[in-house]
Every structure is written in structure tokens, then in C-alpha cells.
Design a protein around this ligand. Structure first.
Ligand SMILES: [Zn+2]
Length: 338
């Protein structure tokens, strides 16, 4: 994608809604498949890339879980995260809070230790290698049981020095936040930060429930809040950040076209919006590409883009390093659009 305004230096930003499994590009999938002796039902990367042009949520999830079979060893998880961090850094990402889905790996017989230590190999050296600070957020699959989520948290107990928080993802409708009350209470007692996907395809009530029942500090997606003016007012008053993913919304048909994305309305309402890539290998772009795309499709001004970048750092879990947050914000303020 052409980058007319930031060819020299991209706008500094944080990425707060990124599933590491959703960064698996076809080339890396084939390389890992070969390394691990896993047979993929695609002739080559071209055929696999064509499969990435899925048409709905179910065909996306089918492919997403199918390709996870190539992730077996610590080295695989490290390579996956390292490839993401390199791409993100090139698009101006200075800080990334990265989701992973342990249940999808435990179910395939891959140990929690392999997943977390593998990811950490890349995250722990990311600042040195890519200039990107990181946090790791463990997500529960909401279409799995509450007991499974509790078992997953238990399995992660010896890795909590690597994990900053918990999240909730996968198919939303029919799996309200309240189902995960117990595991979020347990996570809070362990000192973990809490976020949750809500109001993507599910109703606005799920957003309020994620705040009230789960103690969510950020809402992932949340765009359906616009259907409930009282909820919007509350989100503004409490300064609850929304981690929006416009390209994902278009690919998964939450909105019909990028030109119709409610981001401008959400910003005009005074909500603390951030822009993120979700599953960039599958949804047509990384976060810098996403900034470019919304700028063009929605006619966002430079002030709006700067506001989105500032919000990304303000909404990040950098409370343990305010000096760093201040540095990142100063970089945003000093940025000149070409
Ligand atoms: Zn997501």
C-alpha cells in the first residue's frame, strides 16, 4: 500500500488489539509446516493466500484454527511473534499489547510452557531488536466453557511474570460476559489487568456487562455501543478505551464498507478510540496500513490521526512505566505529517 504522508517516518503508535495467531502469513505457515512435517491442504503459498480471501466469520475461523497446526515448538511461536514485531515496527508501532489464545494450542497437545516461553523469546528481546516495548495478554475463547477458562488460568499460574492481563475473544453471540465472571474474579485476585471483546457482533448489553461483571478496563471493538446513547455517555464519562479494528469489521461484515465505518461518529461522541489490526494477515493490513486506509476512506484530519495515536498510548497498560508513556506521547506530539 502506498504511504504518501509518512514515507520517511510513520506516525508513532501503540497496538492494543492484535491476536498473534492472526499474524501468520502464508509464507511463514509453509515454512513452519515444512520444518515440523505438517501437511497443509494447499499446493503453495499462492493457493493458501487465495484461501485467506474468505467470505464470513466461520470460514475465517475454520482457516485460522486449521493453520495453527503448524505452530508446535517454542521456536515456532518465537518466529511468529518476531515476524509480527518487525512488521509492526516498520509501520510506527512503538508499543504492542499482544493477545494469544492458549486454549487453541493446549487442545492440540502444545503445552502452555511452549507457547508462553516461545512468545517471550521474541517479546523479551523486542525492544533491543525492534524498538517495540510489549505486554502479553492471555485470551479465553468464549465459545469454550467457563471451567475450561479456569483451567487455562490455572495452567498459566507459573507464567504470570510474563502475562500482564486477560481477555475474552472468539465467537461472541450467545456467550455473554457473565459466563466468565469467576475466571475474571480469579484473574483480578492475581493482579492481572482485564479487557474483553464486546459489542462487535454482540449487543450493547454485552459491553455494559463486561464493565460491570468482568471489570474490563478496555473494550475490544465495542462499536455497537452507538445503539445505546446512555452507554455511550457512560463510556465517555469513565474514559473507557475502545480498541477498534476497522479492516476486520469490513472483512467480517460488521460494517458494509470502510467508508461507512462509524469511527468518525465514535470520535465525535467523545469516545476514547484506538485503531488496531486484529488479525492482520487475514484482514488486509497491519496497523499502519489501517491508519492509511481509514484516513483515506473516512477523510480523517491530521488532528484526528494524532488523537488516535495519543489515545493508543493513553489506553495502554504502561502504568508501571509512566516515564516511557510520556516519551511516546512526546514523539506523537512532535510528529510532522509529510
Ligand atoms: Zn479481536
Amino acid at each position: 500500500m502506498k504511504r504518501p504522508y509518512d514515507a520517511l517516518m510513520p506516525l508513532p503508535k501503540a497496538e492494543l488489539h492484535l491476536h498473534i495467531e492472526g499474524t501468520l502469513e502464508p509464507e511463514l505457515a509453509f515454512r513452519l509446516a515444512e520444518r515440523n512435517g505438517v501437511r497443509l491442504p494447499y499446493a503453495d503459498t499462492e493457493e493458501l493466500r487465495a484461501a485467506y480471501r474468505f467470505e464470513d466469520l466461520q470460514s475465517f475461523l475454520d482457516l485460522y484454527y486449521e493453520l495453527m497446526a503448524v505452530l508446535r515448538t517454542e521456536r515456532d511461536f518465537a518466529d511468529l511473534a518476531d515476524a509480527y514485531l518487525a512488521r509492526a515496527a516498520a509501520q510506527g508501532v512503538r508499543h504492542a499489547e499482544i493477545f494469544f489464545d492458549p486454549q487453541a494450542h493446549l487442545a492440540r497437545g502444545v503445552a502452555m510452557d511452549t507457547v508462553v516461553e516461545g512468545l517471550w523469546r521474541a517479546l523479551g528481546s523486542s525492544e533491543r531488536n525492534h524498538g517495540v516495548s510489549t505486554r502479553l495478554i492471555m485470551c479465553f475463547l468464549r465459545d469454550e466453557s467457563a471451567e475450561s477458562a479456569l483451567r487455562t488460568l490455572e495452567a498459566a499460574r507459573s507464567h504470570l511474570d510474563r502475562i500482564t492481563g486477560v481477555g475474552l475473544d472468539s465467537a461472541e453471540v450467545g456467550h455473554p460476559p457473565v459466563k466468565f465472571r469467576a475466571v475474571y474474579e480469579a484473574a483480578a485476585a492475581l493482579g492481572l489487568r482485564r479487557v474483553a471483546h464486546a459489542g462487535e457482533e454482540g449487543p450493547p448489553e454485552y459491553i455494559a456487562e463486561a464493565l460491570d461483571v468482568l471489570g474490563a478496563e478496555r473494550i475490544d471493538h465495542g462499536l455497537r455501543c452507538l445503539e445505546d446513547p446512555a452507554l455511550v455517555e457512560r463510556l465517555v464519562r469513565e474514559r473507557i478505551p475502545l480498541t477498534l479494528c476497522p479492516l476486520s469489521n469490513v472483512r467480517l461484515r460488521a460494517v458494509d464498507a470502510l467508508t461507512e465505518h462509524p469511527l468518525p461518529a465514535l470520535l465525535d461522541a467523545g469516545l476514547m478510540c484506538t485503531v488496531n489490526s486484529d488479525d492482520p494477515a487475514y484482514f488486509g493490513g497491519y496497523v499502519g496500513d489501517t491508519f492509511d486506509a481509514v484516513r483515506e476512506a473516512l477523510g480523517l484530519t491530521e488532528d484526528r490521526l494524532r488523537e488516535l495515536a495519543r489515545n493508543s498510548f493513553l489506553a495502554s497498560f504502561l502504568e508501571d512505566d509512566e516515564e516511557r508513556r510520556g516519551r511516546y506521547l512526546a514523539e506523537v506530539d512532535a510528529y510532522t505529517f509529510e
